[in-house]
Design a binder for this molecule. Structure first.
Ligand code: ATP
Length: 894
């Protein structure tokens, strides 16, 4: 363990070959990258390829097939045994390939979720991914960051770090940059070091990286951090159970067949063969693969729409979301703040959006602008302030700096007159921020008796209560009722038009207080003025709100902003019904009182992150599936508690991203709605697969069950059934999983999460369409059999195989006719149909396959008849959809 903590900060930087405020040169970075490698921990190995392969062979359904193969072998039918085993192996390889690829897709997602860090190289601050850090890099740390490597602090501003990963202590500890004595100090006692894997809970700091990757303390204990979790989803678990139930059901069927056949006096060989065929017919072999692939494809599609899935079950839960709770700033609005109004005690100035020339600075505004410039951590990229996109910092603060620049005020210059001594950083609980400065210009504003001045800016409702005096053109007056009324009116007028209002205040200090704490400093303030800024709503958010409403999802706005501002913006977006609940009112309600209001209130204002938890709880108690957005450290518990925690990709802290199920790469509300739509599509497609696969299987079962009633011999061999299942579940089904959204996807209510998978027509179709197809195909076979044509079994086999092609096409939509959605809207399925057709012809016309599958070549006429009859299921489905469409239309017309 190196002892960086004992050495003086400047010395540490020197030893690491770095220069403060310059950092490393690019060549040096490259050299160190080559020497130390990238800054990442060796991964905890996921499932190995062997494990994935083993799981393919040990699924219950596959075990039934293996038993079937063994039984065929015992009965002396080696050809069947080998063929069944070959198909099992082929199926397993297919499953392996899909699962492996899905795994790779998730690994790729994981790479996208890596945290970034602000680093100073060659004198420039830039944002890089944390993997690229090298020892000696200078970095900035602030509340919400995951510490990206082991570092020695060079500067700490109230920096607190939660180190429970090492110390087990969940309370955060304060850090500073002073050397600490003692060579073998425990990590927890090294107050000037921060370690990879810990979390900055508050404050800010500057540090130099001492160790990276596996050389860090975290690396040493080889505790790997997985950022994207790959766990099975509730639906996957339910489908697993379904697979097991079907295996048991197939055993039941086998028993019935055995008894019936035995009573009719069949030979034991025929009986067992039938039983095996049936068992094979019932099982939807492709189910697990289809679900995995649908989820993987789904998360890729979500990524294209800027939603990064971090936890797989989220893909599915998204389809069931009933309430989307969203922050306002940046998600519903653009987070492009512009100062439009400055209001000091005796003056009100409307600022033009883009003044072409500097506005003369009147003395009355000087203190206000100085305050917002100094109590500010943003950095403008250039002096002319036009390029806000490349500026650093909080958009609110950037806007304030830009406004000050319009008056010709420069931050660097003011900082020389008033160097910053301490800071109480902004947090969304206090809703304000304070900085303390030494005054080197006592002539200014008559500050001769006060060597220090504290500037505070923050939310109106909070700060106005802390102000007792008011600054009126160089004079300090008591903030009496008249002043209060005047200020309240000014604020009210602004907030009612959606303007975000900040109060700016100061406190004159004769000496520095012993402890710099909010409770000490942020009181008895002198009101300087208010600043009004606007943040335009995102145009796409309004559309997304409408989409939500049509989709039976309620959008709810939760903001730290003032109720009036919030209400105005909510109205603009179409969210509001006039009711607004504030954080304060929320605190006074018991959980059950809140439950009774939570369904009707769509706007919450002045809410702190803790209160988000209570809102989620009340909504969940009312049976809602809640998605909640958040960006700060304090939002993490709410993100965990929500059914779908959504973190902001741009403004969000690492901690929020870690806690979230999904990250919005563009911080946009519309992206949540897009992800919900994708979630619904995935759910739909899995159900479509289930319906398609089980309807087809049901038809095979009916053929096998009913044939003896017509005194016919076995129409299908186990191998033939298995072949059809392989074609159908392997090729056609996969193509179903990429089916695009239906036109009503966002016009119907969400799925209940524990809704029966066989609901909404799935079970009904499996029963009636399956039976219809089975009976029709059997009758076709009967016609050929009764006229003693040798090809009768082949007719049944081929027709059944062909039927899967048109069935898949018919089941592409639950609502629209194939002729409406068009053949071209899912091209992979056309390929799958063509391939199925060719492969099926191959087993009938290629001699060695013919002998393996025991088929007869069919005449062209028979082939055409088979193709025509095979579409019966397709027409049945189309007819059913037509009836439903008409019925819906009539109902709407009433
Ligand atoms: P939302 O909760 O909708 O994302 P918000 O920015 O209003 O947006 P918070 O970030 O919790 O929510 O801010 C709460 C209030 O704190 C704001 O309304 C504003 O008055 C004040 N505030 C925001 N940023 C700063 C800042 N940098 N310094 C001081 N006060 C701030």
């Amino acid at each position: 363990m190196s002892n960086w903590h004992q050495i003086d900060a400047i010395q540490v930087a020197q030893n690491l070959g770095t220069i403060d405020f310059y950092g490393l040169s690019q060549e040096e970075v490259n050299r160190r990258l080559a020497q130390f490698g990238v800054n990442e921990l060796a991964e905890r190995p996921g499932k190995t390829s062997w494990q994935i392969l083993w799981e393919q062979f040990t699924a219950t359904t596959v075990l039934v097939l293996i038993v079937a193969a063994v039984i065929s072998g015992i009965l002396g039918d080696y050809k069947d045994t080998i063929a069944i085993l070959a198909i099992v192996v082929f199926n397993a390889l297919l499953g392996f390939n899909q699962e492996y690829r899905a795994g790779m897709a998730f690994a790729a997602l994981k790479k996208l979720a890596v945290p970034t860090v602000r680093v100073c190289r060659q004198g420039h601050w830039e944002q890089i991914i944390a993997r690229k850090l090298v020892p000696g890099d200078l970095i900035l740390l602030e509340a919400g960051d995951l510490v990206p490597a082991d570092c020695r602090l060079l500067e700490s501003i109230n920096l607190r770090v939660q180190e429970s990963a090492f110390t087990g202590e969940s309370e955060s500890v304060e850090k500073n940059s002073l050397p600490v004595e003692g060579a073998d100090l425990a990590l927890g006692d090294r107050h000037n070091m921060v370690y990879m894997g810990t979390v900055i809970t508050s404050g800010r700091g500057r540090a130099v990286v001492t160790e990276t990757g596996m050389n860090t303390e975290l690396g040493k204990i080889a505790h790997a951090m997985q950022t994207v979790e790959q766990e099975s989803t509730p639906l996957q678990r339910r489908l697993d159970q379904l697979g097991r139930k079907l295996a048991i059901a197939s055993l039941g069927l086998v028993a019935i067949i055995l008894v019936l056949g035995w009573l009719r006096g069949e030979t034991i060989n025929v009986l067992i063969l039938t039983a095996v065929s049936l068992a094979v017919a019932v099982i939807p072999e492709g189910l697990p693969a289809v679900v995995t692939i649908a989820l993987a494809i789904g998360s890729r599609r979500m990524l294209k729409r800027h939603a990064l899935i971090r936890k797989l079950p989220a893909v599915e839960t998204l389809g069931s979301v009933t309430t989307i709770c969203s922050d306002k700033t940046g998600t519903l609005t653009q987070n492009r703040m512009t100062v439009v109004v400055l209001d000091v005690a005796d003056q009100h100035i409307d600022l033009p959006a883009n003044p072409q020339q500097p506005i003369p600075l009147q003395p009355a505004l000087d203190l206000l602008l100085t305050a917002v410039t100094l109590c500010n951590n943003a950095m403008l990229s250039s002096r002319d302030a036009v390029d806000t996109a490349n500026s650093f910092g909080d958009p609110t603060e950037i806007a304030l700096l830009v406004a000050a620049t319009h008056f010709g005020m420069q931050k660097a210059q003011r900082e020389q007159e008033f160097p910053r001594i301490a800071e109480l950083p902004f947090d969304s609980d206090r809703k304000c921020m304070t900085t303390i400065h030494e005054s080197r210009n006592p002539d200014l504003w008559g500050l001769a008796n006060y060597p220090y001045i504290a500037f505070t800016k923050g939310a109106f409702t909070i700060l106005i209560e802390l102000c007792h005096e008011v600054w009126v053109n160089g004079q300090i007056q008591l903030l009496d009722a008249t002043w209060r009324e005047r200020i309240e009116t000014a604020h009210h007028q602004l907030a009612a038009t959606g303007t975000r209002v900040l109060v700016v205040a100061c406190r004159l200090l004769e000496r520095l207080p012993e402890t710099i704490a909010a409770a000490e400093i942020e009181q008895n303030l002198i009101f300087i003025g208010i600043v009004g800024m606007i943040d335009p709503i995102r145009p796409e958010a309004r559309m997304a709100v409408q989409t939500c409403q049509q989709a039976g999802i309620r959008p709810v706005m939760i903001t730290g902003d003032h109720p009036l501002t919030a209400k105005h913006i909510a109205e603009e977006l179409g969210i509001s019904n006039g009711q607004v609940l504030t954080g304060q009112q929320l605190n006074q309600l018991t959980l059950s009182e809140l439950e009774s209001r939570v369904e009707s209130v769509s706007v919450y204002a002045r809410v702190s992150p803790q209160q988000k938890l209570k809102i989620i709880e009340a909504l969940q108690d009312r049976g809602h599936i809640v998605s909640m957005t958040g960006d700060g450290v304090n939002d993490a518990p709410a993100l965990k508690k929500a059914d779908i925690g959504v973190a902001m990709g741009i403004t969000g802290t690492d901690v929020a991203k870690e806690a979230a199920d999904m990250v919005l790469l563009d911080d946009n509300f519309a992206t949540i709605v897009a992800a919900v739509e994708e979630g619904r599509v995935i759910y739909d497609n899995i159900r479509k697969f289930l319906k398609y696969s089980m309807t087809g299987n049901a038809s095979s079962v009916w053929i096998m069950l009913l044939a003896p009633l017509l005194a016919m011999p076995l129409p299908l061999l186990p191998l033939q059934i298995l072949w059809i299942n392989l074609l159908a579940d392997g090729l056609l089904a996969l193509a179903l999983s990429v089916e695009p959204a239906e036109r009503n996807t966002m016009q119907r209510p969400p799925y209940r999460p524990n809704e029966n998978i066989f609901g909404r027509g799935v079970g009904r179709d499996i029963i009636w369409v399956g039976l219809l197809m089975g009976v029709v195909f059997l009758l076709l076979g009967y016609k050929y059999w009764s006229t003693a044509q040798a090809s009768w079994q082949t007719m049944v086999f081929v027709t059944l195989a062909f039927s899967r092609m048109s069935l898949a096409l018919g089941m592409r939509s639950n609502l629209d006719s194939l002729f409406n959605i068009g053949l071209g809207s899912n091209k992979p399925i056309l390929g799958a149909v063509a391939l199925t057709f060719i492969l099926q012809l191959a087993v009938v016309y290629i001699p060695w396959l013919r002998s393996l599958f025991q088929t007869q070549p069919l005449s062209t006429r028979d082939l055409v008849v088979s193709l025509a009859i095979s579409t019966v299921g397709f027409w049945a489905i189309e007819l059913e959809k037509w009836v439903i469409r008409r019925w819906n239309k009539n109902r709407r017309g009433q």
